[in-house]
Design a protein around this ligand. Sequence first.
Ligand code: SF4
Ligand code: SF4
Length: 341
Amino acid sequence: MTVHFVQWDTSLDLMKEANRLYDAAGTFDCIEKGDLVAVKLHVGELGNPYYVQPFFVHDIIRRVKEAGGKPFLTDANTYYHAQRNNAHDHMVTALTNGFNMAPFIVADGLRSENYKTIKTKGILNEIEVAGVISEADAMIVVSHDKGHELSGFGGAIKNLGMGCTSRAGKLRQHRTVGLEINESKCIGCGKCKQACEMSLPEIIGEKARNISPLCMRCPLCADACPTGAIKLVHKENLCRALASAAYGVISTFKSEKVSYVSFAKDITQYCDCLPGPGEVVMKDVGIFASGSPVSIDGAFLKMVDYKVFNDAYHVDCLLQVQEAKTIGIAGEVKPKIQGIS
Ligand code: SF4
Ligand code: SF4
């Protein structure tokens, strides 16, 4: 499956270029008159300046309407407690960050209670897909390519797998990662407990212990540990879980009703969920459009030196893409990339 691409060339009118890209890729061909069209995006965490620029989203909304669809912006609430943890805060964040071009409907409800449990393939048996997404007629998945501490990088597959699932679904995916505490290295300082937003580690007899089923395997306690006693293990399972969850999300749509646009710009060290996303680690690349999440993520990885993420996070970026292909999501891991002319 060919991926269409426009280079990030600021000597050109990038809005116009993006529209030429959508035409070449047939981005809006998945829309039929009257369709309720989810425009799935990440509205950015407050304080993080790196997310898809709202003017591009304005234009995507305009194109959805032109195609006869009824567009709405959507994203599911986060598991962690920040500014997108419930529908109220999420909507305020969306407006603050400039996403006012269409109604913003939080995909999984006020407190993430709205989801459907869907059977899937791969490492997970089932996944909790956000209710609003499962009911939409079509979806345009707008992603921002960047690094990710647990999965190497985040693009369209992550936007589907993690971004379109409820808190229960997010926890299910994160729990595929293991957490080990090396007792011999632990000095009982309690910094892990302080760093954890749920204070989950227990300090018993001057040693830390974490057996809580609520632990989401975020790296905060490991990052805070002064002796390196805490280690997240089997991160590759999260890559597989993202692919598995993505399969479940896509399966709630009829064939060819989902289209993908990815922005490889402001490619940061860490993901959009953090208020401090770290440094921009790669030169701006451009915008991709495709009918496949496998191909669009594969195209991004084909065009950049993603070893920088592999080395930093000790997980292979390509794994989530290969796994998605293996379990049956259509597309190519190393697709043909067609520049627009
Ligand atoms: S990984 Fe650590 S910081 Fe994160 S939820 Fe689990 S115990 Fe808390
Ligand atoms: S931060 Fe590290 S050393 Fe301190 S109690 Fe937790 S595991 Fe032990």
